[in-house]
Design a binder for this molecule. Structure first.
Ligand SMILES: [Zn+2]
Length: 88
């Protein structure tokens, strides 16, 4: 899953095939294909590993229900030259 992060307002929005905007309107983007996203303005992309998220949620539910956080390792900030992120 790819999330749009706005460097200006800090809003985080799930990217979809329809164009999505952050709260301040300076960052926006959308899925161009099943795996490639296009971002514009002050947007950055957060990559969330779906499999790792599911595993962490299951583990948290069954093994550590009081744990308030999920592992950071499943979330990455895409570099500007990431092959599945196109900035226009
Ligand atoms: Zn914003």
């Amino acid at each position: 899953m790819k999330l749009l992060l706005c460097r200006e307002c800090g809003d985080v929005v799930k990217l979809l095939t329809d164009e999505r905007w952050c709260r301040c309107g300076r960052a926006h983007g959308y899925y161009r294909t099943d795996v490639e996203v296009v971002i514009m303005g002050t947007a950055e992309v957060l990559l969330l590993d779906n499999g790792a998220l599911h595993t962490a949620m299951v583990q948290r539910h069954y093994e550590a229900p009081r744990c308030p956080t999920l592992p950071v390792s499943m979330l990455e900030l895409a570099l500007p030259a990431h092959p599945r992120v196109r900035r226009i």
